[in-house]
Design a protein around this ligand. Structure first.
Ligand code: GRG
Length: 293
């Protein structure tokens, strides 16, 4: 099966699982459940759940078990986007070409939507079946560490504090480790854990996720320069390049491309202990480098 067809099938599997697992739109109070579903089904690529499922496959796991962490990481990711778009954060009116949650539902409901999604992520992850080596406690700790003040939230704090300042490469890497690489890494680790991976496999997934996460962010920054904001459908009105440090701004475009290639090579090298079963992970990394995932 070609990567394109496989990716589409995985997206559909994840969408169906999310649809089943999330409270329906008419669950009372309807507003919050409609708002949660509005942001969950907004056309995201489902990169994190797909990495989770591919990691489980690489460790000979069952898709059925990996679907719980796959949904949990996507729900946590969506919470971070809803809050990131708020007027008090990035103040974005559009995400993936659609009005953001606070534009549609008002700021109060958007804050609560993010809170509800974050809480829901833990309800979902706790349902991941135990294996010989891992149980609900391990899964919950993995996700809470990633969502906490040293990773996602810490990264957002550094990002807010860095606005309008000229950051150096080390500071930028630190933000992206926390904001982007951490959740990609956890998505892979949770997929492996749901498949009862060995310590060696878990390390391989961690190293792959770290380098892939950084590569993803460098590529995202490059695309911000090489494609127009309108094409990406990301933001309305506000030009983020003015107050945010990016790889092309620090390294230049050509060196940023070389950095994306270097990080992808490191990610691919990390997959070696997983052997042939990691073929999908390898394809995803190569595809990401060629053009946005
Ligand atoms: C805790 C409020 C809060 C924020 C945490 C993750 C994060 C920090 C903010 C999200 C905003 C952002 C631009 C993060 C960088 C990572 C990134 C490029 C996210 C977009 O991910 P995609 O491209 O999005 O996978 P889709 O829409 O496809 O799901």
């Amino acid at each position: 099966m070609s990567l394109k067809i496989w990716l589409k099938a995985q997206q559909e599997t994840v969408d169906a699982a999310l649809d089943q697992i999330l409270p329906s739109e008419d669950t009372r109070p309807a507003t919050i459940h409609q708002a949660m579903r509005y942001s969950m089904f907004a056309g995201g690529k489902r990169l994190r759940p797909i990495l989770c499922l591919a990691a489980a496959e690489a460790c000979s796991g069952e898709e059925e078990s990996a679907l719980f962490p796959a949904c949990a990481v996507e729900v946590m990711h969506t919470y971070s986007l809803v809050h990131d778009d708020l007027p008090s954060m990035d103040d974005d009116d559009l995400r993936r070409g659609r009005p953001t949650s606070h534009v549609v539902y008002g700021e109060g409901i958007a804050v609560l939507t993010g809170d509800a999604l974050l809480t829901e992520a833990f309800t979902i992850i706790a349902q991941t079946p135990s294996t010989e080596s891992y149980n609900a406690r391990d899964y919950v700790l993995e996700l809470s560490e990633t969502g906490g003040s040293k990773k996602l939230i810490g990264g957002q704090v550094l990002d807010l504090e860095g606005e309008g300042k000229e950051l150096n490469q080390e500071q930028l890497v630190h933000i992206h480790e926390a904001k982007t690489a951490a959740l990609l890494c956890s998505s892979l680790r949770l997929g492996g854990m749901s498949a009862n991976c060995t310590a060696e496999q878990l390390q391989a997934l961690t190293d792959f996720g770290y380098n892939l996460g950084l590569a993803f962010q460098v590529i995202d920054d490059i695309l911000d320069v090489t494609q127009t904001t309108e094409q990406l459908g990301k933001t309305a009105g506000k030009d983020e390049s003015v107050d945010k440090s990016t790889y092309p701004a620090i390294l230049g475009l050509e060196e940023s491309k070389a950095e994306a290639t270097r990080l992808t090579t490191l990610a691919l090298d990390a997959l070696k202990p997983l052997g042939e079963k990691a073929a999908r992970l390898e394809q995803i990394a190569r595809h990401m480098l060629e053009r946005e995932f």
